[in-house]
Design a protein. Sequence first.
Length: 304
Amino acid sequence: MLQLARVVNGVITRNVESDGNVYVYVNPSEAERKYLAETFKLDEHTLNSALDPDEQGRMEFEPEHVAIIFKRPHNYSSEEEFVFRVTSAGLFLFQDKLIVILSESVPMFEGKAFTRISSLQELVLKIVYSSIAHFVGHLKVINAVSESLEDQINTSMQNKYLLDLFSLEKSLVYYLNAINSNSKLIERLKLSAAKIGFTAENIEFIDDLMIENSQCYEQASIYSNILASMMDARASIVSNNLNWLMKTLTIITIAIMLPTLVVSIFSMNVEFPGRTHPSMFWIVLFFATVSVFMVRIVWLWKRW
């Protein structure tokens, strides 16, 4: 699916009809890929890399354009069961146009960063910046979800919430790899600034990108280390909660069995002293009650 936009006088206009200089292809079809390869001379391998979620971020110089592959968070779905995945995207920068290749539909050119665009080169940097901001937003969600799961684990006796934490830890591994890949890409952009045509202001913005991406990586690393280091403790909490439940049920079972034993003894079809006593029912009930209190006394004495 093709979406057109245009950068004119520092303003980006979306949904233009035919005179756009920014081409956004969302999950392009085979026909569209063939058109891109034949018309704009895009390398088919690089084009497929832009749609491959396992591809690492990189930059390649072609005769007529610069190909940039970067990592961005995958749109989260409730069906993923707390697994946050990453995907790839491609930017193909020409002298007079920019082609964006995405594997899924995402909001483009939104936010304060896109209110002022001086060139297509700056737009490339702003798109990479939006990916970093997207990672930071997902990390905040992951942290909030993990704290919620921790509260539920403290009272849970099931492995469900623990498995959800494992999924979050797995997601952070994906994020760390993707953010690190973007870090190497940003460094390459700075080293090739003159060749790409970045201005002095663009280079300053690249420095800001490096700082933002580094902070994003550190944040993801902290969350990952916390989840990994506390995972064994949380598993022990679930096991301890189950042990307490079994212990409580065992004590309740004993407390029920003793009065049952007393009543059963006096219910046997044999002769025993005082069987015909008029108050024997209350006597049996008294012994059964005493047995319950004996269990309670032992419970308190042993500090069960």
